[in-house]
Design a protein around this ligand. Structure first.
Ligand code: FAD
Length: 418
């Protein structure tokens, strides 16, 4: 007799995390992915213009992202994440030329705000208390209604922090999502705030080891296999239509739909999901970073926000970057390089570059869009949802995507086999 099957649709982090949790169990797992490779919005590729492997976007994790770290441990690649032993963020203000290092202490009691050597220059310890109002549970409102979104501390810490985490201008961002990020990181102390990056690339850390792990456990992976339509009968998903083949589902078969919200809306009748997105622009420059360049540099009062130093390139992230989508790539490269050169004190002409504009990088982390996020369960008994856009309580992040996949797998594992 055939084992009951779980069809995981979408091999981004949410789908991979679900499949990793379910692999090797009592069910046959089949992973279907529309693209020719896994990874979705979190992957590496060879860029001919640079002659280098690069990531589709620079991805920053914090050490408090426990689900992401557990996922990496499960697939055997936790050592791919690199970062300092203690929480430390280098910053430069391009307007004033000041440079500083933000260094939250390891424990929960935030004594670092009393140390001028650890806090933001120009701020006093009591300025930081403004964040407390955000942590009082209450109605979800725009962040601008719960905290002062101006002043030195905002410009030098809260705006860069929330913009990076939410990919939405903090003034309009959901206070509930902002609070969730603070509670999982800063509120737990520096131990949960160490910055981590996949030093050898996103695919080497998150994607290739996961695919190997699944293949070794007998999971069938079907690339170039886009789900076109789902058929429903009697409150169940009854068939998956991939165009060239139709997969009929048996009574005990399950489906994890781990595709982006725009695709899910077209597949599941009556599904409500986020519909507004924010862009991210990344710029990559083929140049060896100067020896004194920090691995991650926060930039204040510039177009660029974060600068990442990799072995053979300097890479830049600009969040909530919709305003830049229509700017010519050559112009962007020139502008961004001028800021990178100033921030790193490199006096060189524009090196070989690449600009990647991800128009729909994440859903907009606003109050309205957060309210549109569905849970994992659906109106159909054998269909569960996963993805960074489902109601994880977190913004659209690696951590949220992996937790959503874990949750979907948990629901399936808890359901009866027959
Ligand atoms: C430029 C950029 C920078 C980012 N920076 C950070 C960061 O610094 N830190 C952080 O934590 N997060 C960051 N993120 C967010 C993070 O990448 C995402 O939250 C995460 O990758 C989402 O994973 P997912 O599986 O939910 O969705 P996706 O990665 O979108 O996966 C969905 C998969 O479904 C497939 N698919 C779509 N339709 C179908 C179909 N009909 N049939 C079959 N397959 C289908 C897609 O091809 C894709 O592989 C960033 C994202 C971007 C784009």
């Amino acid at each position: 007799m055939n084992k009951p099957a779980v069809h995981v649709v979408g091999a981004g982090l949410a789908g991979l995390a679900a499949a990793v949790r379910l692999a090797g169990g009592l069910r046959e797992i089949v992973l279907h992915e529309a693209a020719r490779q896994a990874g979705g919005r979190c992957r590496s590729y060879y860029d001919p213009a640079l002659g280098l492997m690069i990531d589709n976007g620079n991805h920053l994790l914090l050490s408090g992202n426990y689900a992401a770290r557990n996922y990496l441990a499960a697939i055997g690649s936790e050592d791919q994440l690199a970062g300092p032993q203690e929480a430390e963020f280098a910053f430069v203000d391009l307007a004033t030329k000041e440079r500083w290092r933000l260094r939250p202490n390891a424990g929960r009691l935030p004594w670092w705000i009393f140390s001028p050597l650890r806090r933001v220059p120009g701020t006093g310890p009591f300025d930081y208390l403004g964040l407390l109002r955000l942590l009082v549970p209450g109605k979800d409102t725009p962040l601008g209604a719960v905290m002062h979104c101006d002043g030195l501390l905002y410009e030098r810490l809260w705006r860069p922090f929330f913009l990076a985490a939410l990919n939405t201008e903090p003034t309009e961002a959901s206070s509930r999502l902002a609070a969730a990020v603070v509670l999982e990181t800063l509120a737990k102390g520096g131990r949960a705030c160490r910055p981590l990056v996949a030093a050898q690339g996103l695919s080497a850390a998150f994607i290739e080891p996961a695919v190997d792990y699944l293949v070794q456990r007998g999971v069938k992976i079907r690339f170039d296999h886009r789900l076109r339509q789902m058929e429903f009968a009697n409150g169940h998903a009854a068939a998956l239509d991939f165009g060239d083949d139709l997969v009929q589902l048996d009574a005990a078969d399950k489906v994890v739909l781990a595709v982006p919200p725009s695709a899910a809306q077209g597949l599941v009748p009556g599904l409500q999901s986020p519909e507004d997105y924010r862009a991210i622009v990344n710029a990559h420059f083929k140049i060896a970073p100067p020896t004194n360049c920090p691995a991650i540099l926060g930039i204040v009062n510039g177009t660029i926000e974060w600068l990442f130093a990799f072995r053979e390139r300097l890479s830049v992230t600009i969040s909530s970057a919709d305003r830049l989508l229509d700017v010519a790539r050559e112009k962007l490269a020139e502008t961004i390089w001028a800021e990178v050169a100033e921030a790193t004190r490199v006096e060189k002409p524009l090196p070989p570059w690449q600009i990647i504009k991800e128009k729909r990088a994440t859903f907009a982390a606003t109050v309205d869009e957060n309210a549109r996020r569905p849970g994992a369960g659906t109106a159909f008994a054998n269909l569960v949802l996963a993805g960074d856009w489902t109601a994880t309580g977190l913004p659209a992040t690696i951590e949220g995507a992996i937790r959503s996949g874990n949750r979907a797998a948990g629901l399936i594992a808890a359901s009866r086999l027959r």
